[in-house]
Design a protein around this ligand. Structure first.
Ligand code: MN
Length: 227
């Protein structure tokens, strides 16, 4: 069984170096079709953010336990931005200079708890921020280029469930960095999960998930028995 990482670090593509992880920020509803399937209005409402604790990170993916207190455990395949330079209230033009690299991630979600919280106006912590809820593949350093477009796809047991393009984001990575940094100064080690395309759905024990984004290392996760 995997243990929680005490000092979480992410894997770096093509290197034995590790990327020390600070905070994990996530964007809600950032692809139009997914915003619609969640009942929202995606038309350039300002992005909204939530967080996960860094110990939710599962570097490199692998087996993650089905979480307690849920019977509707969902995948959300996402592009993740790794921040390498501090910056507050940065402009869209300055935003690329803060990026250390990009990776494929999963924003695992207890959808039943999220729906209940939303209906009551409660926070999302129990539905989004819990152990093993943030699997992350190797980070590709920005020297190999920024990610502005490219296919993003998620399969469960080989069957395609989510398919979209990074270019379809309502708010692109530079806009996200600019908007988020207006609320909170960003620091090296911060990760930003940038939202998921349409097609979210439930998994059960034994399911095998693969998330791919063109040009990045794929992320493979298997849903294991409850811890
Ligand atoms: Mn998400």
């Amino acid at each position: 069984m995997i243990e929680l990482a005490a000092l979480p670090t992410a894997i770096v593509e093509g290197s034995s170096d590790r990327f020390p992880v600070g905070r994990i920020f996530c964007v809600g509803r950032n692809y139009e079709a997914h915003a619609q399937e969640m009942g929202g209005n995606p038309h350039r409402d300002p992005p909204f953010f939530f967080t996960k604790f860094p110990q939710a990170l599962v570097p490199g993916g692998g087996a993650i336990p089905y979480p307690p207190k849920s019977t509707n455990y969902h995948y959300e395949g996402e592009l993740v931005i790794a921040i390498g330079k501090a910056g507050a209230a940065v402009s869209i033009e300055e935003a690329p200079s803060l990026v250390w690299g990009y990776a494929v991630g999963l924003d695992m979600t207890r959808r039943d708890l999220q729906t209940a919280s939303r209906d009551k106006g409660y926070p999302w912590d129990t539905s989004k921020n819990f152990a093993f809820s943030a699997p992350l593949a190797a980070i590709r350093p920005v020297a190999k280029g920024h990610v502005v477009k490219g296919a993003i796809e998620l399969t469960v047991n080989g069957e395609t469930k989510q398919r979209g393009d990074i270019a379809e984001m309502i708010w692109n990575p530079n806009e996200i960095i600019s908007q988020l940094s207006a609320f909170e100064k960003l620091y090296p080690g911060d990760l930003i999960f940038t939202g998921t395309p349409a097609g979210v759905g439930a998994v059960t024990v034994g399911d095998v998930l693969r998330v791919t984004i063109e040009g990045l290392q794929p992320l493979d996760v298997t849903i294991a028995n409850p811890a």
